[in-house]
Design a protein around this ligand. Structure first.
Ligand code: SF4
Ligand code: F3S
Length: 265
């Protein structure tokens, strides 16, 4: 329904490691320049833009009045909620700090679509791992509306760019029970794993580095939804199991606490 133009985007980076915007820059189909020229109009991004201070903040205010209900809010990172959200401040003004909690709440209510990029934004992820002293949560926990979760630690650029492309051309994609696009998360890693024949024969690796199935080494592939085995990473050339690393469940709602300690059956 946006077929006449680009998707207006406000991208807020909150509490995360920045891994998702780096992964995003690895996009190859299409390349980053084409995304910026043809797909999205990146109005505000505290990570990518050159504008600073008051100039930057006024872009957000302009968007709220000019694109109300028409822009896409991308959130990268979890939202600290403890002590009024003070553990993540995106700007300081004369009226006081603007917390990530406040910005995401305000922009989230005004956006047409809200997209959580990465596992922190989707479910809290590493930023909300025990003991979670900042009370960090995923974006959907602070908004009373649907959030499209594009989880992964980091996200595969295709999952995110594919979601944006879908929003631009067809609107909301079909989502799974965790509100993730089924297109990318609809099958488990285990379902298409290149070591699946070993699993089926109960032929398990005795140690990391062996070529057999790594279920014995704590692989969470059987309960992790993602298309890693066939989409792969870094220009689609490799993925964890191919380099002898068990899947640690980075797309899961309970990552990382539910997978820790890693590499342990
Ligand atoms: Fe399944 Fe993991 Fe074994 Fe692959 S290595 S077959 S994902 S348990
Ligand atoms: Fe993550 Fe497992 Fe893929 S750890 S990168 S979902 S193989």
């Amino acid at each position: 329904h946006h077929n006449k133009g680009k998707l207006p985007v406000i991208w807020l980076e909150t509490s995360d490691s920045g891994d998702n915007n780096i992964a995003f820059m690895n996009t190859t189909y299409p390349y980053l320049n084409q995304i910026f020229t043809d797909m999205i109009d990146l109005i505000y991004s505290n990570t990518f833009m050159a504008a600073q201070g008051r100039d930057a903040l006024s872009l957000v205010e302009d968007t709220l009045s000019n694109y109300y209900g028409k822009f896409t809010l991308v959130v990268e990172g979890a939202i600290p909620t403890k002590d009024g959200g003070i553990y993540n401040v995106i700007a300081r003004t004369r009226r006081g700090p603007i917390t990530a909690l406040e910005a995401v709440t305000r922009l989230g209510e005004a956006a047409e679509f809200v997209v959580a990029i990465g596992t922190c934004a989707s479910f809290g992820g590493v930023s909300s791992a025990a003991p979670n002293v900042t009370g960090s949560v995923g974006v959907s926990k602070v908004l009373k509306r649907r959030v499209i979760n594009v989880s992964g630690c980091p996200v595969n650029p295709d999952w995110f760019v594919g979601t944006l492309a879908h929003l631009l051309m067809y609107g909301e994609p079909e989502l799974d029970e965790l509100n993730r696009p089924k297109l990318f998360y609809g099958h488990t890693v285990h379902q298409h794993c290149q070591r699946r024949s070993y699993f089926d024969k109960k032929d398990f690796a005795e140690k990391l580095g062996d070529i057999e199935c790594m279920f014995s080494q704590g692989c969470t592939g059987p309960r992790t939804g993602s298309d890693c085995p066939y989409r792969q990473w870094i220009n689609h050339v490799s993925w964890p199991v191919k380099v002898n690393t068990p899947c640690i469940g980075c797309t899961n709602r309970d990552f990382p606490d539910g997978s820790a300690p890693f590499f342990t059956p």
